[in-house]
Design a protein around this ligand. Structure first.
Ligand SMILES: [Zn+2]
Length: 328
């Protein structure tokens, strides 16, 4: 069987075990981190956790909680602009025993720094291929997949360039793609179209955040194009309340799509996106503490089981699909 890259080296795909497909050890803006390190992150000490030692402790706590719940592997889609730090990922992996699958790519809704505006899609693809073949951030840790994003501004010129760069790096290396989408802006069809135009096998493409839509028909229409769908933001009530996420999820299971969907929380052990006094907005009136890596096992799986999910469907989503997508 094929191997999958983790931060502690390649593992046999059969060794991934129970896998959460979309969880972040941290999420932070690199420029803020360097220029305004006093700005603070959500959760815990605002100053200390911007720097690696504090954030690392929280990340290790979160990963330990996942291990306790039976998780063996976490797919970590932090790339440029999300504060990717593979050295930290490796330390957390060694500390907790969790396997962490890292990526390369650019998470931007439109902005690109000048050095990337002045380069074309092929030159940006070269940067990604380096991370996949040589290693990330001066280490020998290799990226297992590619990441890009489209959100409220839609597929802008810059976003399209990143998607084409990701597609070309995938074609050159064979690694799969995860694309952040925004159902409320219907970004996914155009994202998928670009990958198809570039000649990417859509079985390699995972559209993240499909589960922000309450509409199972919408999610089904994407799956029917040949991609994987992430129902991966449980706990982010602001984008869609829990019960509506569960209802769409159960509808897709009933329609026979267990083998095309993922369940995850898109949790961030620490995040600097929001002022801590307004983070409650994210929880949308729900409990802020619900949006952690623990929610999948503590709330989501019990609710899905109660709604009729079979053991086989659960195994397919958490064990088989990650292997199928990562080795597609
Ligand atoms: Zn994410």
């Amino acid at each position: 069987m094929a191997q999958v890259q983790t931060v502690t080296g390649p593992v046999e795909a059969s060794e991934l075990g129970e896998t959460l497909i979309h969880e972040h050890l941290m999420s932070r803006d690199e420029a803020i981190l360097v220029q305004f390190p006093h700005m603070g992150t959500v959760r815990e000490d605002p100053i200390e956790h911007v720097t690696s030692p504090g954030a690392e402790d929280v990340a290790a706590e979160f990963m330990a909680a996942a291990v306790q719940r039976g998780v063996k592997t976490v797919v970590e889609p932090s790339c440029m602009f999300l504060g990717r730090d593979v050295a930290l990922m490796k330390r957390v992996s060694e500390k907790t025993g969790i396997q962490i699958v890292p990526c390369t790519g650019i998470y931007s809704y439109d902005h690109l720094p000048i050095p990337l505006i002045s380069r074309d899609a092929d030159q940006i693809a070269d940067l990604f291929v380096h991370d996949i073949e040589q290693g990330i951030q001066g280490t020998d840790i290799k990226a297992a997949f590619l990441k890009c994003a489209a959100d409220e501004p839609g597929v802008t010129e810059n976003v399209e360039k990143v998607h084409r760069a990701v597609a070309r790096a995938s074609l050159r290396t064979g690694v799969p793609i995860m694309a952040h989408s925004r159902p409320a802006s219907d970004t996914a069809p155009r994202q998928i179209e670009i990958f198809a135009e570039e000649g990417v096998d859509l079985n390699k493409v995972q559209i993240a955040h499909c589960g922000d839509s309450p509409d199972a028909d919408y999610i089904e229409s994407l799956i029917e194009k040949g991609v994987w769908a992430g129902l991966d933001r449980y706990g982010i009530e602001m984008y869609l309340p829990f019960d509506q996420r569960i209802a769409a999820h159960l509808a897709l299971l009933e329609r026979g799509y267990a083998n095309r969907i993922f369940v995850s929380a898109d949790s961030c052990a620490t995040i600097d996106w929001f002022p801590s006094e307004t983070v409650e907005q994210l929880a949308g009136g729900g409990a802020v503490d619900d949006w952690t890596i623990k929610i999948v096992h503590d709330k989501v799986l019990p609710a899905l089981r109660e709604g009729g999910m079979t053991e086989e469907q659960e195994h397919t989503m958490l064990h088989e699909n990650p292997v199928s997508w990562l080795t597609a």
